[in-house]
Design a binder for this molecule. Sequence first.
Ligand code: SF4
Length: 381
Amino acid sequence: MEDTFELGPIRPPSEAFSLLLRLTRNCPWNRCNFCSIYKNQKFELRGVEEIKRDIDTVRDIRERIMVQAASAASTDDPSTAGRMMLARRPEQSVYSVALWLYGGGRNVFLQDANTLIMRTHELVEVLEYLKATFPDTDRVTSYARAKTASKKSADEMKALHEAGLTRLHIGLETGSDAVLKLMDKGVTAAEQITGGRRVVEAGIQLSEYYLVGLGGRGLWRENAVETARVLSAINPDYIRLRTLSVYPTMPMNQWIADGSFELEDDEEMIDELRLMIDGLECESRFVSDHINNLLQEVEGKLPDDKSRMLAIIDRFKALPDDERTNYRIGRRARIYDSLDELGDKHKHDVVERIVGELRRGNHDGDPEQIEQLMKGYFISL
Ligand code: SF4
């Protein structure tokens, strides 16, 4: 019996307790200038039989964990069985199955970057095998590219949904053709709309990701307005906010070094976010589920919560300069979760001391320099 199965590198935060199954390796596009996840990694399709063997391995590991829990603690509860196995710190494959059981054992995430690239009939075969092996599964999710989704027919997409695919995550990032081209995203705004709608119309839940800041200072306004237009046309179930952070491994890092791309600062990104949200005409749930987002509490169901979400942004913008700096540094330092925590005297004092130390350390009180230093400081902890 095989003891291990293949795992890819990433999953969305909302899939923390999902079973991870790798259907393809890496990204078939791999050219986006803001992304380094799969750089220098060759894209590969995996064979259907190979994937089925991984599913069989997961089934066998699950059975073993359940038998051990029944014998050690007379329980047939998957969550308890998963917790007991996790306490033993098992190797990666067993750990992954135990974590899935601990979370209830009902959700599956298909890796890597664009599972829709598989031939539809092969993906259907895998989904049906998965459903037959784990009939209790509630949700099967994957990442997808909008371009690939736009090339699938409505019938193909429906077949995937009927075979068990229930949710797709698409990295829209921006609805601006200029920014899409600059970033070499390999898709147009029109294709983003076609692909997104095809998913929604097939009855598959859709999460679209918006990357605030991707247009830089030169294209921030267009980035906001066009992204709102495209997202409104798609009307996805979820819009998930991400904040641009540039790392040395990303191709666009060179543009910042040579001055051809100017990053927006936090306050400019907040202006962009406000303009984007204000332009949304859809019924999506807006989710801020990433630690790098400055205002984590800007979340809600559109259109009802739009004015409340905008009011949170306005509350931040109306703060005195020193308080905005305190909040930004405190947030980057992972001390604050929300604006309300500015009223927590202990936290506020801790952040104020950090700000003071940074300013004394030759940074002239410039919030951008402070922030850069803080990022380096906390990454190195
Ligand atoms: S399509 Fe997605 S995974 Fe592939 S390079 Fe672009 S952002 Fe990265």
